[in-house]
Design a binder for this molecule. Structure first.
Ligand code: FES
Length: 164
């Protein structure tokens, strides 16, 4: 009789341990499975930032635009100020350059006298279409993706320019 009770207790303990192991495995495995199976975050229309009013831009007159953007940093969404040099090149055409010099990252500014973007750190200069004119900068200014929506100038991600 005592042997039978001991056997029942052993069976109960083994069953309890198996149930706990199953619960722990599900708790750890489901989030990992979700991470693997849920597709990556796609760029949505809302990721475009309304940065400028097209009707207020002058043709071939770069305008520095400061705007707020939301950046994902791990699990957090961080709102930060960003800048772009926006150039209206035609009635409905706009290009937007990153203000970050491609040499070591100083901020470039527009020099209306000689019509170049100038970097104050090591004197790189860039033409109005972002190409390197002088200095150590290894490549043209990076460009934002740009979309014109009516009179709204919308900016997307910055695309790294090619060497040269
Ligand atoms: S950081 Fe602009 S030239 Fe060096």
């Amino acid at each position: 009789m005592a042997e039978e009770t001991l056997e029942k207790r052993r069976g109960f303990l083994v069953g309890s341990i198996a149930a706990m192991m199953g619960t722990i495995s599900a708790a750890l495995g489901l989030p990992a499975l979700g991470y693997l199976l849920v597709p990556g975050r796609e760029k949505k229309k809302s990721d475009w930032i309304e940065a400028a009013d097209l009707s207020k831009l002058m043709v071939n007159q770069p305008e520095q635009i400061i705007f707020n953007r939301v950046r994902r940093d791990g699990w957090k969404l961080v709102t930060e100020k960003a800048a772009a040099w926006v150039v209206k090149t035609g009635e409905q055409q706009v290009v937007a350059f990153s203000p970050v010099c491609t040499h070591l990252g100083c901020a470039v500014s527009w020099n209306s006298g000689d019509k170049t973007f100038a970097c104050p750190c090591h004197t790189s200069s860039f033409s109005p279409d972002g190409k390197v004119i002088a200095g150590p900068a290894p490549r043209p200014l990076d460009r934002f993706d740009v979309r014109v929506d009516g009179i709204k100038v919308m900016l997307g991600d910055v695309k790294k320019s090619a060497e040269g």
